[in-house]
Design a protein around this ligand. Structure first.
Ligand SMILES: *[C@@H]1O[C@H](CO)[C@@H](O)[C@H](O)[C@H]1NC(C)=O
Ligand SMILES: *[C@@H]1O[C@H](CO)[C@@H](O)[C@H](O)[C@H]1NC(C)=O
Length: 647
């Protein structure tokens, strides 16, 4: 029996040994980046073969700063690494520091052998424009860190069927040292992106190496040419340091695209064409693209069915336990160009302003909300990029420009909940009906339960209030504003106790243990949720002024309602008069009791979000055939409550 298993194993080990002998290092990509469909160099164009000693290793990529990828934050998202890694390694001042155009940063990555037996560090990219395809993404966006062939291999969508919103896997080319290299003391391979004025000599000099070792690592001969936007593997014996920027060479001129160049320089004999000039080189490339696309045209019959993009699959989940569904994390964010944001928002015009620093934008017909922020936005970005839940606002991407960060969110057509509950200033005086209110509460509970229990690590929102609950066109709730959120570290899951001295949040929603002792637990969100629930019931604000110009806290009033005699009568008086008794009193009573538990002074007396969600789901399902008279009109005088924010 064992020999049956051993034999193929031994054979493959021998084969591997043998192939690593004949293919000691990695062959240079040469000028084959354009061979998207041509099979003849596929072993080179698909990426670096897994011929190293280890199946995965520490490796380094390089990237030249080019807007919009000109900050550690945006480059980090493009290359799927942590921004801090780029900032620290390259000794930059901050995650959002602008890196001068063309300066090269070194990006440490983990390089692993993929299922298709090439070494890669995988990133994700979402298509923004109609004219993007595997080639432009690999050559332009990723500057040659990937190839169209490698991308085609990693993604099921045919190049010609790519569309805006498609989320693609981008294998970034990297490699681990081969046995031969290890023997010579090589520890890492750095993927250096060659530029117009690079040659193996200058590259070796930059890393203080012998040119021979660079040539060997890429199976190059002394007089071989290297081409711009191709990876050159640099064998390193020690950890690299940041690249000292020499006086930056002017960026390549935009190529003159005259047909003369294309045809004159396409002669195969002109081997030194790359150095003839930028224009002619690109001319030849253009011709090759032309030929490739003709080839594509003839191969069209082979096209695969168009995959449904992740944006299309994001559907509203019902708020019933049966249909609750946790979508897998969507790690991909789009990095927008500032000009595109200007265009989308009519240059951040007053008409496009939704509220404060939030603007409405339109991207190819899709509405979005764009929030302008300064300061550290990494918390919000890092949380939202991992979350894909229909009741949590979706962050589609961002842009860093001039010290500001612009966050681009999905649009919630009906604005924030506060506008619908107690102000009739902006929104026709239509109030939310009973079922809509229960649905909103249920949606919120669903989202919070997800944050508290199903994300890794779990999160606490910490700043729940009615202005952070957004409503979509169907009045389904989406929780927004994660600027104060924080994770619960898994090691204190048991006690779930964290303390802070820095109390922030919105007055009227803050749990007593947090204000007094800075205690942070998920019960903080439960408390704030209870306050929102009371607002939904009563149509009153969390904090209002009382007769003596003092303040009245909504959460304090519920215990007076639900005590002593005539509780149901008192509750009728508490419930929003706009609902005009169009609600089932018994259900209202149970929701009021739930809210009262949520705002209990003792955090241990508060239910978990899980329990809250289950109760509300039951209430909602019992309302399934409840038929409200829609569009209740209700005008209320504007209450003069305020929202105070601690900072
Ligand atoms: C690619 O490599 C495989 C095995 O390593 C080999 O069998 C095949 O012939 C190569 N293909 C080309 C086009 O060189
Ligand atoms: C590849 O990308 C570079 C950098 O953006 C660009 O200058 C060059 O023209 C591209 N090559 C082709 C053939 O499009």
């Amino acid at each position: 029996m064992p020999t049956k298993f051993y034999l193929p194993f031994l054979l493959s080990v021998l084969l591997l040994q043998f192939s690593s002998l004949i293919q000691g290092q990695q062959p240079y990509l040469n000028n084959y980046q354009l061979d998207c469909y041509d099979e003849s160099h596929v072993n080179i164009t698909r990426g670096f073969a897994c011929n190293g000693v280890k199946p995965s290793c520490q490796s380094y990529l390089t990237f030249r700063s080019l807007p919009p990828y000109n900050t550690p934050l945006s480059i980090a998202y493009l290359l799927a690494v942590k921004a801090a890694v780029i900032t620290d390694f390259n000794e930059l001042s901050s995650d959002v520091a602008t890196i001068p155009t063309n300066d090269m940063v070194v990006v440490p990555v983990k390089c692993s052998c993929s299922s298709s037996k090439i070494y890669a560090h995988n990133a994700r990219y979402t298509i923004l424009n109609d004219n993007e395809d595997y080639y432009t993404i690999a050559n332009e966006t990723y500057q040659g860190l990937s190839t169209c062939r490698a991308m085609m291999q990693a993604n099921p969508i045919d190049s010609r069927n790519l569309g805006v919103g498609d989320d693609l896997k981008v294998p970034l080319l990297c490699a681990c040292p081969t046995r031969k290299q290890v023997r010579k003391g090589v520890k890492f391979l750095l993927n250096y992106l060659a530029d117009w004025d690079d040659d193996t000599h200058t590259i070796a000099e930059l890393f203080d190496l012998d040119e021979r070792s660079v040539l060997d690592a890429n199976e190059l001969k002394e007089d071989d040419l290297i081409y711009p936007f191709t990876p050159i593997l640099v064998p390193l014996r020690t950890t690299p340091t940041k690249i000292e920027q020499t006086v930056t060479s002017p960026p390549p001129l935009s190529p003159p695209q005259t047909p003369v160049n294309i045809f004159v320089d396409s002669a195969p004999s002109s081997k030194k064409w790359v150095f003839v000039g930028v224009g002619t080189g690109v001319g030849l490339l253009l011709l090759m693209i032309l030929l490739t696309s003709l080839f594509c045209f003839y191969k069209k019959s082979k096209s695969e069915p168009r995959r449904v993009s992740s944006a299309e699959t994001a559907r509203l989940a019902d708020c019933s336990p049966e249909s609750q569904r946790y979508q897998s994390a969507a790690e991909s964010l789009t990095i927008y160009k500032f000009e595109d944001l200007q265009l989308a928002t009519s240059n951040f015009s007053e008409e496009n302003r939704i509220k404060g620093s939030v603007y409405k934008g339109s991207f190819q017909g899709d509405d979005a909300a764009i929030k302008v922020m300064n300061g550290d936005v990494s918390i919000e970005i890092n949380i939202l990029k991992k979350i894909n839940h229909s009741n949590i606002i979706r962050l589609s991407g961002f842009c860093v420009h001039d010290g500001n960060t612009y966050l681009v969110y999905e649009c919630a057509q009906n604005g924030s909940l506060d506008n619908w509950l107690y102000s009739n200033q902006y929104w026709k005086s239509i109030t939310l009906n009973w079922k809509q209110r229960v649905q909103i509460a249920c949606d919120m509970a669903n989202a919070l339960n997800y944050l508290h229990k199903y994300t890794i690590p779990p999160y606490i929102h910490k700043n729940l209030n009615t202005s952070n609950i957004l409503l979509d066109s169907n009045f389904r709730a989406k929780i927004a504003n994660f600027g104060l959120a924080r994770s619960i570290h898994s090691h204190d899951q048991g006690g779930q106790l964290q303390l802070t001295r820095h109390v922030v949040g919105t007055h009227g929603y803050l749990a007593p243990e947090y204000i007094e002792n800075g205690v942070i637990t998920t019960k903080l969100d439960v408390f704030a949720f209870g306050v929102v629930l009371l607002e939904l019931l009563s149509g009153r604000e969390a904090v209002t002024e009382d007769r003596n110009n003092g303040e009245e806290l909504l959460y304090a009033s519920i215990s007076r309602v639900l005590e002593g005699e005539n509780m149901r009568e008192k509750l009728r008086g508490f419930i929003d008069p706009c609902l005009r008794n169009e609600y089932p009193l018994e259900l209202a009573f149970s929701i009021a009791q739930l809210a009262k538990h949520c705002v209990a002074q003792d955090l241990n007396a508060r239910p978990s979000m899980d329990e809250v969600f289950t109760s509300l789901s039951k209430v909602l399902s019992s309302l399934s055939d409840w038929d409200p008279s829609d569009g209740i009109n209700c005008s209320k005088s504007l209450s003069n409550g305020r929202q105070m924010v601690y900072h």
